[in-house]
Write a protein that binds this ligand. Structure first.
Ligand code: NQM
Length: 294
C-alpha cells in the first residue's frame, strides 16, 4: 500500500437525505482484491482493497439503487476487477473502462456485453503518464461506434489547452469532478467561467458534480464546494451526474463519511425535480437507456 494511504470510512452514517427511488451513484471504483485482481505495474499508487461486496453494501446503506463503476488508474487498462463487479451486480451496475490503443474489437465487444458504456481518458499528471492525443482520438472513434461515451479527468489549469481537443471528440463527454476547480477562487473566477462557457458552447459536455472531499479547503460539510456544484446543477440540469467517489483513493486531508456526502445532494440540487434529474433521469439516460424510467 502507498505510504500514508487513508482507507475508506469504516462505518459511514445513514444519510438524512432520502434519495429518490432508483438513484444512481455515477462515480465509484472497485480495487482488487489484489490477490485476485493484481494492481497494474505502471500504477502511481497502491490502494487498500475495496471489494464489490463492500461497494454494493454501501450502495444499499446510502439508499441508492445503482452504481456506475469507473476504472481507476491503479488497475491500468486491465478491466478484470471492473467486469467481475459488473457480472455480480445483477444489472444494477454499469462500467466505464480504460483501454489501450491495441485493444481488439472482440475485447471491446466483450466489455460492452459486460455492461461497459464508456471509456475514461485521464489527464491528471500525478495519476498517469502522457497518452498521445491521436491515440485517444482513435479510441474515441472506435467506442463511439459502440454507442459509448467518454469520461475525462483533468484539472482546471489544463482546460484551456484541452478545449480544442475535447471539442473534436465525438459523442457525449462527461467531465469528472467539475473539472477540478480551484474553489478558493470562487464561482465568479475566470477558471470556473471558462468551464461553464465550455459547457454552454458544447451541448455534448456533461459534468459530475462529485468530489467535494477532494476540492474542499474548508473541509466537511463542504460549504466552499457546494456553490460550484449548485451553479452547474441549476444551469445545466439535464447534463449533471452525481457520485460518491468511493473508496476515495489518495485522500490526504481527511476521509469523508459517505453519509455526509449524500447529505450534500439537497444543497447542490435544492428541488425535487433537480434531484431526480441528477440522480435518476440523467444517469439512466446515459447508462441504462433501454430501461424506461418510471
Ligand atoms: O477517484 C477519483 O476519481 C480520483 C482519483 C483516482 C482516480 O481517478 C484514478 O486512479 O483513476 C484521484 O484523484 O486520485
Amino acid at each position: 500500500m502507498t505510504k500514508d494511504y487513508m482507507p475508506f470510512h469504516a462505518s459511514p452514517r445513514k444519510p438524512r437525505f432520502s434519495a429518490p427511488a432508483g438513484a444512481v451513484d455515477a462515480h465509484c471504483h472497485v480495487f482488487g482484491p489484489a490477490a485476485q485482481f493484481p494492481f497494474a505495474p505502471e500504477r502511481k499508487y497502491t490502494p487498500v482493497d475495496a471489494s464489490k461486496e463492500k461497494l454494493f453494501a454501501l450502495r444499499d446503506h446510502l439508499g441508492l439503487l445503482r452504481n456506475v463503476i469507473v476504472q481507476a488508474t491503479c488497475h491500468g487498462a486491465d478491466n478484470a476487477a471492473l467486469v467481475d463487479a459488473l457480472d455480480a451486480a445483477d444489472g444494477l451496475a454499469r462500467g466505464v473502462a480504460v483501454v489501450n490503443a491495441d485493444v481488439t474489437d472482440a475485447e471491446l465487444r466483450a466489455l460492452d456485453a459486460a455492461g461497459v458504456r464508456g471509456v475514461r481518458f485521464n489527464f491528471v499528471k500525478r495519476l498517469v503518464d502522457d497518452t498521445p492525443r491521436d491515440v485517444f482520438k482513435a479510441i474515441a472513434a472506435r467506442v463511439n461506434a459502440l454507442g459509448w461515451h467518454i469520461v475525462v479527468y483533468f484539472e482546471a489549469p489544463d482546460l484551456p489547452d484541452l478545449i480544442p481537443f475535447l471539442s473534436e471528440l465525438p459523442g457525449v463527454i462527461v467531465v469528472d469532478h467539475m473539472g477540478r476547480p480551484d474553489v478558493t477562487a470562487g464561482v465568479q473566477s475566470e477558471g470556473f467561467k471558462l468551464f461553464q462557457s465550455f459547457m454552454a458552447d458544447n451541448p455534448n459536455i456533461w459534468v459530475k458534480v462529485s468530489c467535494p472531499e477532494r476540492l474542499t479547503v474548508a473541509g466537511p460539510p463542504y460549504d466552499d464546494v457546494v456553490p460550484f456544484a449548485r451553479t452547474l446543477v441549476e444551469r445545466f440540469p439535464d447534463r449533471v451526474l452525481w457520485g460518491t467517489d468511493w473508496p476515495h483513493p489518495n485522500m490526504k486531508s481527511h476521509m469523508p463519511d459517505d453519509g455526509e456526502l449524500v447529505d450534500t445532494i439537497p444543497r447542490v440540487a435544492p428541488t425535487e425535480a433537480l434531484q431526480r434529474a441528477l440522480l435518476v433521469d440523467n444517469p439512466m439516460r446515459l447508462y441504462w437507456p433501454e430501461e424506461p424510467v418510471k
